[in-house]
Design a protein around this ligand. Structure first.
Ligand code: SAH
Length: 367
């Protein structure tokens, strides 16, 4: 750092000086994943000392239920002798640890598994290796999903898609313009609007949103990760479970948010030092995977999904061997994972499953 300027801030200023305003997606991508200064490369963001907490860090029950879901899905696939259990963006490795421990009760499942962890951050990869050193199943690490070798697979992704960069477009009288980041008159980063309308963009906006008013914002992510997931599921047989915060049907609005030290912050203020995320558009994700032949199930609210998987029974059985203060903690965690409203994750977070068409209804999504 020099002159109090963050290294990534200096880099973004240089890029803007050279090439003009940059799309929000490029800004978000640099902030999160710049190979030297990106937030996920330089930080361990999770947990009480980090910037935010995630469901697997709130209670072991979360990962345990996801592990049982994976094992039930494996049986529905015909219990193949070899299956890749893939996790996208595994954070500290807590969910995988709890999932493997719980799923050990399902005969044959552990023996069929190779676990593939897809993690962009070297620091978090190291953390995951420590968390999982007693897991007792073969494990491999990759920095992208494309590196996972072909074969039947079950993919888990909790709070992964929200960290992938979004584009934003702003409705103007002559069409939709890309939202950009520029340097304003007093030298601060500020949002601006690209000079030209994006050609034919009206066709890319879902029909229900085409009546947008001037100033409305539409967000989208490149389809590639969802298409790749769908392609693998269809070609090699498998399923995926995507858990994230977002909306079940495509909607208008600016959802880009920055969170540092467990509170909201200005997304443009300290690039590379805080987490940037945006809502997941589950309708767009499901449509991309369905467009190449995968079946989409849900999305269900996280609370509903966890109840269906047996959250209540698991919590009661943990409480049977717990002290009074542990019982209090278990109840508080269950409430946090399932409640609606601002403080609960139960309604804001959604769960979408993707599956090979031959699998029919997947566990938890039975109608
Ligand atoms: N699933 C974890 C962590 C969520 S945070 C949990 O629930 O606790 C997002 C995770 O995705 C982090 O591990 C981050 O390093 C990883 N990540 C972000 N962008 C990524 C990318 N493009 N490829 C692979 N991993 C990525």
């Amino acid at each position: 750092m020099s002159d109090g300027i963050l290294p990534l801030e200096a880099e973004i200023r240089r890029l803007i000086a050279r090439a003009g305003p940059m799309p929000v997606s490029e800004y978000m991508s640099l902030c999160l994943a710049d190979p030297r200064h990106g937030y996920y490369i330089t930080h361990d963001p999770i947990g009480s000392a980090g910037d935010f907490t995630t469901a697997p860090e709130i209670s072991q029950i979360f990962g345990e239920l996801i592990g049982l879901w994976a094992a039930a899905t494996w049986r529905q696939m015909g219990a193949p002798e070899n299956v890749r259990l893939v996790e996208l963006g595994p954070g500290r490795g807590t969910m995988m640890r709890d999932a493997l421990r719980a799923a050990a009760v399902v005969p044959g499942f552990h023996n069929a598994l190779v676990v593939h962890m897809v993690e962009i951050s070297p620091a978090l990869q190291a953390r995951q290796r420590r968390t999982l050193d007693q897991a007792g199943v073969p494990m491999l690490w990759h920095s992208s999903f494309e590196e996972v070798p072909p074969g039947p697979l079950i993919v888990l992704a909790n709070e992964f898609f929200d960290a992938l960069p979004i584009h934003q477009a702003v409705k103007q009288d002559d069409g939709w313009h890309e939202r950009m980041v520029d340097v304003d008159g007093v030298g601060n980063f500020a949002f601006t609007i690209g000079p030209d309308a994006i050609p034919l963009f009206d066709k890319a906006v879902p029909p229900a949103l085409r009546e947008a008013l001037e100033g409305d914002i539409f967000e989208w992510r490149p389809d590639r990760p969802a298409l790749e997931l769908g392609r693998r599921i269809v070609r090699e047989k498998g399923a995926a479970l995507v858990i994230d915060y977002g909306h079940a049907t495509s909607a208008l609005g600016d959802t880009l948010q920055a969170v540092g030290a467990h509170s909201f912050a200005d997304p443009l203020a300290t690039p590379g030092m805080i987490d940037l995320t945006a809502h997941v558009d589950f309708e767009a994700l499901a449509q991309a995977a369905e467009s190449i032949g995968a079946n989409a199930h849900g999305p269900l609210d996280q609370g509903e999904f966890l109840w269906r998987l047996g959250l209540e029974m698991r919590a009661s059985s943990l409480k049977r061997h717990a002290t009074q203060s542990q019982i209090y903690d278990i109840d508080a965690a269950v409430t946090r994972l399932t409640a609606g409203g601002r403080d609960g994750m139960g309604r804001l977070f959604k769960v979408l499953a993707l599956g090979h068409p031959s699998l029919g209804e997947l566990p938890g999504f039975e109608t």
